[in-house]
Design a protein around this ligand. Structure first.
Ligand code: CA
Length: 229
């Protein structure tokens, strides 16, 4: 399953820039403009990491980080703070609130991605990046490769995320709207038939070695990834 990163940032331009960089890097994203939107996004998206702006309207970033650390749901969730403030005292204040790392604005997208990957590596260490294999179909999250008994399969980025999600959640039916939330991110306003388009592409990509049969239509409901016919 592709990892979801929650971006809590009140400036739309920065939010969108970060979002598109993360999406291109294979992460799913959820967006929030303040702490209360972030609370809602945490409930629906269960993010693997939270990017938290220092200066937020209402509850500020540091205060919110403290709250996240106290909450059962987010106690272990890594937090990277985005901050224009570089004074040592303020950085320390943020670390004391429980953040894992910070990135000073203005930041380069490459640096941000490197920090995110490093923090995720530290936090999950092992199994999240382990390859998943079903009936010879193998998806390797670390190298972003899909293969069938050693033969490479060409899968687009959205189809890769979708396949990763399916392989991590086998034998369960998902509606188009659930797939949109989990594969694209709950903030994305795309039509449900977009899901069908990408399902078709995914099946086509899996077809050369017959794995397309794993991606099944459940009539009237949605889709399921299953070994059973
Ligand atoms: Ca801000």
């Amino acid at each position: 399953m592709s990892k979801t990163i929650l971006i809590v940032e009140d400036e739309p331009a920065i939010r969108e820039m970060v979002e598109s960089a993360l999406n291109s890097a294979g992460f799913a994203t959820a967006l929030a403009g303040d702490a209360s939107e972030a609370d809602a996004a945490i409930r629906t998206a269960s993010p693997h990491l939270i990017l938290l702006d220092w200066m937020l309207p209402g509850v500020g970033g540091v205060e919110f980080a403290r709250r996240l650390r106290r909450s059962e749901a987010t106690r272990e969730t890594p937090i990277i703070m985005l901050t224009a403030r570089c004074e040592e005292g303020e950085r320390l204040q943020a670390f004391e609130a429980g953040i894992d790392d910070y990135v000073a604005k203005p930041f380069s997208v490459r640096e941000l991605l490197a920090r995110i990957k490093a923090v995720l590596r530290r936090s999950s260490a092992s199994d999240a990046d382990a390859p998943i294999e079903v009936e010879g179909l193998r998806l390797d999250p670390a190298s972003h490769r899909v293969s069938s008994r050693g033969r490479p399969l060409k899968v687009g980025p959205t189809e890769f995320r979708m396949l990763q999600f399916f392989m991590g959640n086998q034998e369960r039916v998902f509606t188009r709207s659930q797939l949109l939330d989990r594969v694209w991110g709950s903030h994305v306003y795309v039509e449900e038939r977009t899901v069908d388009v990408h399902i078709r592409r995914l099946r086509k990509a899996l077809m050369p070695y017959g794995h397309d049969r794993l991606v099944q239509t459940v009539h009237g409901t949605g889709y399921r990834f299953s070994r059973e016919p």
